[in-house]
Design a protein around this ligand. Structure first.
Ligand code: PLP
Length: 398
């Protein structure tokens, strides 16, 4: 008898979390590692949000809530969609979960069956194909090109659609590339989704983190028709530096949201009651701290992109959003260190960690092996030192 289920056999931990854990373990041994691995802002959660949580505790808001979230938070989410995206939702179309990842997981469980194809543009967020497969769907990975800002063209999308296509996953701005779709590009995608009748899962968790005046548009806001076929996955983690609070949310057709609620009520029950109260403050309280974080991210982005592009043989796309850069390091894969060939993105990431003491995530994990992902949600000082180390260590390859 096999101990593990087929589902669990071969399931790897999230590589981003694994690399962060390895870097932290090295740090605990007294080694100064520069971490470009973690996908979380380095800022503290804004004070007004923390105070809302303290108030919730003091008022004894520490018990079970409805499994899909409290009405006040659903109303705050509704208000956010109206304010930011011009989208109107009813309470029955909103569900709060234990982080954006949990939102996506429950959504996948709610809508995918064996044989359903799900188009996953690569480079993709590491967890999409795994969560689709855990729901017995088939991830159909379609490569998007660096020269197209890592965005799928309408032609590439059209070619990958079959009669079994159930959904497309759209993540704009994207983790890991920072590529973000313009309104025009989204209109073409919406047309294809409507003509072939598949869902668009729009992961908008990086909506607020955009640069140089990029105008974020939710695909759901383009027409009533596409809204009916779109499920928005969102969360407070990235915008409000609330990664540890674990609040994500989903907006979409009532039937799907109800199914997600049923799954949630039989598995995790409600997301943390205190974090729900704090998230109301995050979403509809003062937003000034978001601007401060954005300003810092903008400065770091400019610096890191410029530095990476100056390294011989490296090209780095200037991200339109999120807080990652995804430079192409493939010209170094044929080189060697102490007689051992670098080989691929994992070989180079291992080399950076072991020799330069710099943690990056190999592009292969995101379905694009020519690249490495570096998060610039870390201090300017660390970015400077980290890139210095990378640059110096590359010179030692032969
Ligand atoms: N979606 C994307 C694209 C992400 O990068 C992340 C986090 O890394 C999430 C969703 C999930 O975020 P959380 O579960 O922390 O809310």
């Amino acid at each position: 008898m096999a101990i593990l289920s087929k589902r669990a056999q071969g399931l790897k931990p999230s590589p981003t979390l694994a690399i962060t854990a390895k870097a932290k373990a090295m740090q605990a041994q007294g080694i100064k590692v520069i971490g470009f691995g973690a996908g979380e802002p380095d800022f503290d959660t804004p004070e007004n949000i923390k105070q809302a949580a303290v108030k919730a505790i003091k008022e004894g808001f520490t018990k079970y809530t409805p499994s899909g979230g409290i009405v006040e938070l659903k109303d705050a989410i509704i208000q956010k969609f109206q304010r930011d995206n011009g989208l109107s939702y009813k309470r029955s179309q909103i569900i709060v979960s234990c982080g954006g990842k949990h939102s996506f997981y429950n959504l996948a469980q709610a809508i995918f069956d064996r044989g359903d194809e799900v188009i996953v543009p690569a480079p993709y967020w590491v967890s999409y194909p795994v969560m689709v497969a855990l729901a017995e769907g088939t991830p159909v990975v379609v490569g998007a090109k660096e020269e197209n800002g890592f965005k799928l063209t309408p032609e590439e999308l059209e070619k990958s659609v079959t009669s079994r296509t159930k959904a497309l996953i759209l993540n704009s701005p994207s983790n890991p590339t920072g590529g973000a779709y313009t309104k025009k590009e989204l209109e073409k995608i919406a047309d294809i989704a409507l003509s072939h009748n598949f869902f668009v899962i729009s992961d908008e968790i990086y909506e607020k983190i955009v640069y140089d005046g990029f105008e974020f548009v939710s695909i759901a806001s383009l027409s009533e028709e596409i809204k009916k076929q779109t499920i928005i996955v969102h969360g407070v983690a990235k915008t409000y530096s609330m990664t540890g609070w674990r609040i994500g949310y989903t907006a979409g057709p009532e039937e799907i949201v109800t199914a997600m609620d049923n799954i949630q009520s039989q598995s995790t029950s409600n997301p943390n009651s205190i974090a729900q109260k704090a998230s109301i403050e995050a979403l509809i309280g003062p937003q000034d701290d978001v601007d401060k974080m954005l300003k810092a991210f903008g400065e770091r982005r400019r610096y890191i992109v410029d530095r990476l592009n100056r390294i011989p043989g490296v090209s780095c796309y200037n991200p339109a959003g999120a807080f990652y850069v995804f430079p192409n390091f493939s010209s170094y894969f044929t080189k060697s260190y102490q007689g051992k060939k670098i080989g691929n993105s994992t070989g180079l990431a291992d080399y950076f960690l072991d020799v330069a003491k710099v943690a990056v995530v190999p592009g292969g994990e995101f379905g694009a092996d020519d690249f490495e992902r570096l998060s610039f949600a870390t201090s300017m000082e660390d970015i400077r030192e980290g890139i210095d180390r990378i640059e110096a260590s590359l010179k030692n390859l032969t």
